[in-house]
Design a protein around this ligand. Sequence first.
Ligand SMILES: Cc1ncc(COP(=O)(O)O)c(C=O)c1O
Length: 451
Amino acid sequence: MPKPAWVKGGPRIVKPIPGPRAKRLVARDERVMSPSYTRAEPITASEGWGCYVRDVDGNVILDLSSGMFVLNYGYSHPRLVRAVERQLTKLTHFAGTDLYYEAQVELAEQLVKLVPGKFSKRVYFGNSGAEAVEAAFKCARWHTRRPRMIAYTGAFHGRTFGAMSLSSVNVLHHRYFYPLVPGVSFMPFPYCYRCLFGQSYPGCDFLCFEFIKERLRHEVPPEEVAAIITEPIMGSAGYIIPPPEYYKMVKELCEEYDWLFIADEIQTGLGRTGKMFAMEHWGVVPDIVCVAKALAGGIAPIGATIASAKVMDWEPGAHASTFGGNIIACAAALEGLKILREQKLVKRAAELGDLALKRLKEWEDKFRLVGEVRGRGLMLAIELVKDKGTKERAVKERDMVVRAALNRGLLVFRGGRSVIRIAPPLIISQRELELGLNILEEALREVERKC
Ligand SMILES: Cc1ncc(COP(=O)(O)O)c(C=O)c1O
């Protein structure tokens, strides 16, 4: 598969988005698709390559969101496509829940080696991030026989009942769906830029953590808690990064009360943050790790829940799904992991991320609207504020920047309430990343001129 000619000229808008074909597609979509999807921009796709996607009107867009954090190897990676073609001609499906095939076992063997922890582990395969979290939730209850869970305010773990019950990024995810799975207590996440306790790190005495302990004394009997679940870097809420000491303290609490530590690495895992798994930044080994999104590079849906063998001890029939770890997804995931290793993409994410973060950090002084820049590896965020003193969120301005970038052929994603998320494919070249940041800088300048 040679590089298509349309990629060569880089990002360009030939018909303002939405162009005439995009308008027609969006109108058809609105007539038949569930209105529950959140389509913030009328962006359509007809083909993709590397970091670029071409819309139905011929606009070429540089995608610094990796198709919503999925395309870590870029669009249509030729090796992934070939691996799937090879698999398709050999075997398209087999009942992995009841019978055996090698690709599934081999992927599990690789995952148990990659996930931190020098103990034996087991893998459950599902079809999505939410399913990976559901499995972690059920597995934690089964193993501990305890009814409660602790999760974080602002977290997003998916939209099935279990995953939704552990999530609280936006109240609309819960509205009219009550009753949820009972027994979940939400604790404040260490969002240091907006500390709920009015403190500033360092020197804050970790009041957010003390608050958890306080609730354990008053409302949440710790011996009834099965597990605490966290996104190591809170994703949908806008890439919020806890301080270096934080997860060690959480792990100590887990040890004190025999809780399991579940890391939802669905956005952060597989090299995105410059480590294979983001928890490695804190040196904490979780009991259960959830991955999905980038695992099969966007070729096929897959989710995986990897737990210590001691913890994943449920009985046959306790949990399974027909297509979980299907053979096509496994073939793509195995090839993807090979690419990750051979092209040293984790190291690359760390190096390119450091370069980008250095440049973006300068924007905190350069732009009136930029309140805080944060990131690890190629998981970067810019939080926009109307006023750096009050930190009032610049929601409209953030939306304007995202749109101004799109008008120039750049796709970045919203996060939290006034955050721009940047998460390019790990195969991005330094030149492409710089080009993307140039466009984003122009977009910010344009919006500052207008506001
Ligand atoms: C951290 C995290 N967990 C879970 C999910 C849910 O994944 P899925 O949409 O594949 O169910 C997401 C999706 O954005 C996520 O970012």
